[in-house]
Ligand binder design. Structure first.
Ligand code: MN
Length: 293
């Protein structure tokens, strides 16, 4: 019998790999790896840093394209300036999020701010790639940006804080409008804080630990580990075991569609990928907005 207190079964735990992504960021990456291409509907999670940059050392990703999915940047430390062919130009500061629906195609740049470049500083954040369903891969691009004070928050019992970017956890709803049902939340937990998350039955549910140590449904999980839950009914109970711990909660409806990926393009067929590459090369990838960045 399923009751409110039934715990979801753990499908497995993934260890993040350290790698250097295209823009030169040192990242911890639970997926994709050789063993795990994607976790439907999520295509990639990178933890950028934490890295301490000296003057002139900060790195970023200059102009590059995307098609067929969404890129989500959530910053904990540092400052980045984002510009894209929809006309969006914004500085992301600590606690802020940008949710970019690439859809039919955008070119964007993700760079340290001038101050960050000149003075250096600490950079820490996440980039998540969210797949779009086949019928929405060619939608018009969209940019959503929210500062820290616009992210929904709820205080945890022992002083920690739960921040909800998208979806609903602990009765608060995040500001981002997602293309398919989705949860993105960040818990900053003090010792013995508990987060209870009720992902919808059938949905993917991931807990990524990036600071300290927690128990996920009783299983001790260290920083750098991601717990993948079964898609059965039941809740996910996260309890911090030591002083401070931080986790990301990611939930979403699986799309169950073929995933064909090539660099910055994620489509359903090889033909759609060759189309994207050809259109980028001949300057017609961007259908809506500024043609150049
Ligand atoms: Mn990008």
């Amino acid at each position: 019998m399923t009751t409110a207190s039934t715990l979801r079964t753990i499908a497995g735990t993934i260890n993040s790999q350290r790698t250097v992504e295209g823009g030169g960021f040192n990242v911890r990456r639970p997926f994709p790896t050789a063993a795990m291409d994607h976790i439907d509907p999520f295509l990639l999670l990178d933890e950028m840093g934490p890295a301490q940059y000296g003057p002139g050392e900060a790195v970023g990703a200059p102009s590059h394209p995307h098609r067929g999915f969404e890129t989500v940047t959530y910053l904990l430390s540092g400052a980045m300036v984002h510009e894209d062919t929809t006309g969006a130009c914004a500085v992301i500061k600590p606690g802020g999020v940008q949710w970019m629906t690439a859809g039919s195609g955008v070119v964007h740049s993700e760079l340290p701010t001038e101050d960050m470049m000149r003075l250096g500083g600490k950079m820490h954040g996440f980039q998540l790639w969210v797949n779009l369903p086949a019928e929405k891969k060619m939608v018009n691009p969209r940019y959503q940006g929210y500062d820290a004070d616009e992210i929904a928050q709820v205080q945890l019992a022992n002083g920690g804080l739960l921040k909800v970017v998208a979806g609903e956890v602990h009765g608060v709803r995040g500001p981002v409008e997602t293309t398919s049902p989705m949860t993105y939340a960040h818990a900053v937990m003090e010792a013995s804080d508990v987060v209870e998350w009720y992902p919808q039955e059938g949905h993917t549910a991931l807990v990524h630990v990036f600071d300290g140590e927690v128990k996920v449904n009783g299983s001790t999980t260290a920083s750098g580990e991601m717990v993948v839950m079964e898609r059965t009914a039941g809740m996910v109970r996260i309890e911090s075991t030591k002083a401070q711990a931080q986790v990301l909660l990611l939930g979403g409806q699986p799309l169950g569609e073929p995933v064909v990926r090539y660099g910055p393009f994620v489509m359903n067929t090889k033909q759609e990928i060759s189309d994207a590459v050809q259109e980028y090369n001949n300057g017609t990838l961007v259908k809506v907005g500024k043609k150049t960045l």
